[in-house]
Ligand binder design. Structure first.
Ligand SMILES: Nc1ncnc2c1ncn2[C@@H]1O[C@H](COP(=O)(O)OP(=O)(O)OP(=O)(O)O)[C@@H](O)[C@H]1O
Ligand SMILES: [Mg+2]
Length: 299
């Protein structure tokens, strides 16, 4: 089977800034894939290269087997992109905009039932005849998601689709996107909500400073974090002898890594001896955020 996305040795420089430094990545058809990384890691640059909005300094990218540069129209038709920035044409209402977008990619009136379905599934029914510029921020975000889906592309890329989106739409949107994935669409997602990536995505790439520094199934990434986390709220700073276990800290809240649950006894004994009061305590499983913090730094 042709991969949904193939990226080979891609470099992208903006003047002297090296935004991408040799990215290789293959995403198979039907995957639900997360592209994670801190601000400025190069995620949107990579997505804009896939969409043909930017040209790579060197390297190759293809979508569903179509070279993004040599076969631009076919590659672009295979892709639906929800951009990070809110950009839209202010002259149309929602339904017109969607039909127009589908038409641009060669879909005719037979696609109208699909357009109506998207409007319904994203809760845009009341706004179908509202002009784009009169929508609230969250509604514009919905319309942008709808726009990416209008021509029913096999590969869907969502660049932080849930930034500034309320809980209800988040759930509605993910239900719809999960359905599209079950029906065979490939989904690629960037998000700073790591629990979203953890529950939705079967494979994850983590980027840092223009490179992919981890690429594995979500399950394997979680497995590489040993033990559990102990969250402590103390009435005084953490004793020096416990700092080797520290994963991160915020004010007087500390997250310690335990390789064995039995270490709790030790920790409590040390705190008691130091006369420190434990105001709150919680034992939690390591999650994708821990992997991220270990590999990339602060979330
Ligand atoms: N048009 C541009 N001109 C110059 N530099 C740019 C341009 N677009 C992005 N950059 C720089 O390239 C680097 C990567 O940016 P990019 O937008 O790809 O990061 P990102 O991973 O999407 O970050 P975020 O999580 O904040 O969206 C950053 O240092 C950014 O400042
Ligand atoms: Mg970005």
């Amino acid at each position: 089977m042709i991969p949904a996305i193939q990226i080979e040795q891609v470099h992208k420089h903006y003047g002297s800034l090296q935004a991408l430094r040799g990215v290789d990545l293959t995403i198979e058809q039907g995957e639900f894939f997360a592209l994670l990384g801190p601000n400025g890691a190069g995620k949107s640059t990579l997505i804009n290269l896939l969409a043909g909005l930017l040209r790579p300094t060197s390297g190759r990218l293809s979508v569903m087997g179509f070279d993004v540069q040599a076969q631009y129209r076919d590659a672009r038709r295979a892709l639906g992109v929800v951009p990070q920035e809110l950009v839209f044409d202010p002259f149309f209402n929602v339904r017109e905009m969607l039909r127009f977008q589908a038409g641009y990619f060669g879909r005719g009136p037979e696609n109208d039932t699909w357009v109506d379905e998207i409007i319904e599934c994203l809760g845009l029914g009341d706004k179908a005849h509202t002009n784009m510029r009169r929508l609230s921020g969250g509604m514009k975000r919905r319309a942008l998601i709808a726009q990416a889906l209008a021509h029913k592309p096999p590969v869907i890329v969502l660049d932080e689709p849930t930034a500034g989106v309320d809980v209800e739409l988040r759930q509605m949107m993910w239900e719809f996107i999960k359905r599209l994935n079950r029906e065979g669409h490939t989904i690629i997602l960037t998000t700073h909500y790591l629990e979203e990536a953890e529950t939705l995505c079967s494979r994850v790439a983590m980027m840092k400073q223009g490179r992919i520094i981890a690429l594995d199934s979500t399950r394997n990434l979680l497995k590489q974090i040993p033990g559990k986390n102990l969250r402590l709220k103390l009435d005084a700073p953490l004793p020096e002898s416990l700092r080797s276990m520290l994963r991160h800290e915020e004010d007087t809240e500390y997250m310690l890594v335990l390789t064995e649950v039995t270490q709790i006894e030790q920790v409590l004994a040390i705190l008691r001896q130091a006369g420190i009061v434990v105001e709150d305590m919680q034992l939690i499983e390591a999650d994708l955020e821990d992997v991220f913090v270990d590999l990339v730094g602060q979330p």
